[in-house]
Design a protein around this ligand. Structure first.
Ligand SMILES: Cc1ncc(COP(=O)(O)O)c(C=O)c1O
Length: 510
């Protein structure tokens, strides 16, 4: 084939495809032909990352087509992640060399105390302020099925009458536990309604699990990086963190975990094998089985945090580790906070052989739940509305992730690396070493933008040049502009040196 009729194009995941340009010329609509020609130009290296693309108007003039046709061609390239729109500035070439690379997996070290509470307190002091929401790991409230939730509340309120305002005593309403167990059975979970305790979100479930299997001073093996809520729980309970190297695609690495078990004998392993926060990594089914077997053999309980599990998979979600638990060694914790209604605080725990301890601790601790919210949640799960909502949510989340990745590629300094998670809505961004994420956070906050700095995800506030970005928002001009502004801050900080030492940001400044 003659070289001038073959165009080699690199798409977002580095696949290479060959396109026969002569065939396209004959059969494609104008916009596709123009898009291919632009791709050809990009592939040739004639334009560099960060360069401005030809404007839609000039493109229309040059190609003798209408403005909408030229715009459509540019949008094709945007959809492929080759260019990105910047508000009021036009399209720019993405920095393809900064993205989609593997972030380094860190080495194993021993158990360490967690000293994160003061940092977290100062960072969360801005939580009441309305920020552009790239920080907290929450779906856009407008993406939640508010009408469905309100209808379910009204119907539950009528049904429960005055009892709606009473206590829901542990283990929680049977109708809700039945629905949760039935849904979990679809991915192979081996627990029934009687094995479940309803909790105030996954956070309470995790606390109950840790209380059931650990004593103060014990080490708990966790992923590195780890969700800061887990770290704060460890700190609060006087537990040490044993950080296990975690791969951004494969999740928790089993060989280092086996070594850590031999060397340090943790009291428990607490992990999110499906859509880990902040990496977005999911373990394969085979590796989940291996993990369950490893811990069963070692006699160490696995506390499985599955709050993002429903966001995984195209149709049916993949099984959680709990599906492979024959002996009750896996303590399964989850909630609807990431998919349905964070503020309703509906979570649950299937604690296996620790069920009685957990139930007792739930009674002694928080005593009771809210019957109205439990009954309404049960209705939503029963109606099929939750599944319909999940399907829509996953599509929106994927669009949000793609748009933010493209904007990071266009706006962040060279040397930045960003994950490309298969599921979930979080991006983990490694900034050039000189960039201090806490300073990025402080400057972004001053602009009304929320981000989660890397130090939140390690026991002693390390990971200074990492950021976590929440992408579960409509990729509006305002949102992408905010990503662009964070990029500008990072550019500024690459040229100035990192401040000496760690400084806690004073909430009042924010
Ligand atoms: C991994 C992980 N586990 C647990 C939680 C807390 O969930 P809940 O709001 O249900 O307590 C979060 C919230 O961000 C999370 O990311």
């Amino acid at each position: 084939m003659a070289p001038d009729i073959v165009c080699i194009v690199r798409f977002i995941k580095n696949q290479t495809v060959q396109i026969d340009m002569s065939a396209l010329r004959l059969s494609s609509p104008h916009y596709r032909r123009i898009a291919e020609s632009l791709r050809h130009t990009l592939a040739s290296g004639a334009l560099r990352p960060g360069d401005r693309m030809i404007s839609a108007r000039r493109l229309a003039d040059r190609e003798q087509v209408s403005l909408p046709t030229a715009l459509e061609a540019l949008r094709c390239l945007e959809a492929d992640g080759l260019i990105v729109a910047r508000p009021r500035s036009g399209y720019f070439v993405c920095q393809r060399d900064i993205s989609q690379e593997m972030l380094p997996v860190r080495a194993l070290s021993g158990p360490v105390p967690v000293t994160l509470a003061a940092v977290a307190r100062s960072l969360f002091s801005s939580a009441e302020t309305r920020l552009i929401p790239l920080g907290a790991a929450l779906p856009d409230p407008h993406w939640l099925p508010t009408d469905t939730l309100q209808r379910a509340l009204q119907s539950a309120s009528r049904r429960l009458d005055a009892h709606g305002q009473s206590y829901s005593l542990p283990p929680g309403r049977a109708d809700l536990r039945n629905k949760i167990a039935a849904r979990a059975a679809q991915w192979g979970a081996c627990f029934g309604a009687d094995d479940l305790v309803i909790t105030a979100g996954a956070t309470q479930a995790l606390r109950l699990a840790l209380r059931a299997v650990c004593q103060p001073g014990d080490a708990v093996a966790i992923e590195q990086p780890a969700y800061f809520g887990t770290l704060l729980l460890l700190e609060d309970l006087g537990l040490k963190a044993l950080q296990i190297p975690t791969d951004l695609k494969e999740g928790l690495l089993l060989a280092p975990l086996a070594d850590a078990i031999k060397q340090h004998r943790p009291a428990a392993v607490l992990a999110s094998p499906t859509v880990q926060n902040p990496l977005g990594a999911s373990m394969s089914v085979a590796r989940k089985q291996e993990l369950v077997a490893l811990l069963e053999q070692a006699g160490i309980p696995l506390i499985e945090d599955d709050v993002y599990g429903d966001l995984a998979g195209e149709g049916q979600r993949p099984p959680a580790c709990k599906a492979f638990d024959q002996s009750g060694n896996v303590i399964y914790c989850s909630s609807l906070s990431k998919t349905l209604a964070p503020g309703w605080r509906i979570g649950w725990i299937a604690a296996g052989r620790y069920h009685t301890q957990v139930l007792q601790a739930r009674m002694a601790g928080d005593w009771a739940g809210a019957p109205l919210l439990e009954a309404a949640t049960s209705d939503v799960l029963a109606s099929g509305d939750y599944d319909r909502h999940l399907r829509r949510l996953k599509v929106r989340v994927a669009d949000g992730v793609r748009a933010v990745i493209a904007q990071v590629e266009a706006s962040f300094p060279k040397g930045t690396r960003v994950t490309a998670p298969e599921a979930g809505f979080l991006l983990w961004v490694e900034l050039p070493p000189a960039v201090d994420a806490l300073e990025v956070h402080r400057r972004a906050l001053a602009l009304g933008i929320g981000v989660s700095p890397g130090p939140l995800f390690s026991p002693a506030a390390e990971l200074e040049n990492f950021l976590r970005l929440n992408c579960a928002n409509e990729p509006t001009t305002q949102l992408l502009n905010a990503v662009d502004q964070i990029g500008t801050i990072c550019h500024e900080l690459t040229t100035s040196s990192r401040p000496a030492g760690f400084e806690i940001i004073d909430g009042s400044e924010c």
